[in-house]
Ligand binder design. Sequence first.
Ligand SMILES: O=C(O)C1=C[C@@H](OP(=O)(O)O)[C@@H](O)[C@H](O)C1
Ligand SMILES: C=C(OP(=O)(O)O)C(=O)O
Length: 449
Amino acid sequence: MRPRRFVPAGPLKGRIRVPGDKSISHRSIMLGALAVGETRVTGLLEGEDVLATAAAMRAMGAHVERTGEGAWTINGVGVGALLQPEAPLEMGNSGTSTRLLMGLVSSHPITASFTGDASLSKRPMGRVITPLSQMGASFEASDRANSSQTLPLIVRGASPAVPITYRLPVASAQVKSAILLAGLNTPGTTTVIEPVPTRDHSERMLRGFGADLTVETDAEGARVITIRGEAELRPQVIDVPGDPSSAAFFLVAALVTPGSDVVIENVGLNPTRAGIVEVLTAMGGRIEKLNEREVGGEPVADLHVRHSALKGIEVDPQVAPSMIDEFPALFVAAALAEGVTVTSGLDELRVKESDRLAVMAQALIAAGARIEEREDGLVITGTGGEPLRGTAGEDTIETHLDHRIAMSMAIAGIASREGVLIDDTRPIATSFPVFETMLDTLAQDSAQG
Ligand SMILES: O=C(O)C1=C[C@@H](OP(=O)(O)O)[C@@H](O)[C@H](O)C1
Ligand SMILES: C=C(OP(=O)(O)O)C(=O)O
């Protein structure tokens, strides 16, 4: 365990560039590994989750190599030609790696065993097991004492797999992507119906790699995504934009710390990801989009953010999927806003790396915030801009192996009187290895004037 007390900082000032988008980084490696020829990626997130994907694709035959900071080349094996891994695929803390790779394995004639850390081993896999079983794959608990819906699991792929039409029962880009990736090596047309739109990186990137994929909207407004199987993918050159989910911590930190003025460069603002910018702006946050452009087929801008007097709002549950990983950071902003913030429709937060509703409620209450936990959201009464009390003495916030809890409570710490002591900062490296350095540099730069 690596505990740390995050203490009040002066104004945050300067320019930063957050690491590459985690979702796009995972997919760059997976699709590169399935294309024949060399895919070149720059700006890849070198976090533990993405490294787990890289190791797994190597274990299944692809050549995945780091050539410089964030620069990687992938020489793929071709769709249908993944090799059977000799050892269990170690997924660490990463739900995205696990669920998307289960999709890939499901339509290849191979068997793979998946393991994960204590957090990942509690997360529900039934949501991918159901559709992938319909496609012909089979799943078995590798430890018989265990449930067959959680890791560790053995997946036996089907050859050929059977194309399905599947309506998503939960708004999940991971489930959608698992089915589309399985569909890549399935004869015929695989269809996913998505009543609530989720991040569309898989669709954009599969198209970019040359897959025959269409997206239509049906009479009820649901997205209907079809992919024609036995695809041939062409290698690509990909520049990964900065991760809006990582930028969110610095947006909130600058908004709640008096005197702050920060530019976050190169932030991906795909509309299926940018909900946090909308919601913080609606709360009165001063966030300006500069230099709007396209990077790697995704809309991108530099975000100029300044300390602001935030007001509580009712957050429309419809925006939830476009900021699903940003709620822990939003809860911190709400705890420092004036008035009440009401969130709802957030049941999915209970099955992330931790139960993010319960854990954030407990953590923020321990730091002096006023929170009511409901079944599907939090109701937060803010301080009106006054710093939170923080945690006293040895009182420690438990982060439950959840990087986003650790980073959110770090931000709560810098916006508190006494600081906030966190039990373990190690999980931060799963998605944002340079988070602490960036935070310390921004605070120090302003201290040096
Ligand atoms: O597809 C992806 O890359 C992701 C989808 C989301 O998960 P769900 O699909 O489970 O909502 C998100 O929370 C995760 O960080 C990344
Ligand atoms: C939920 C997350 O990731 P994953 O599902 O890939 O573990 C996250 O990064 O917040």
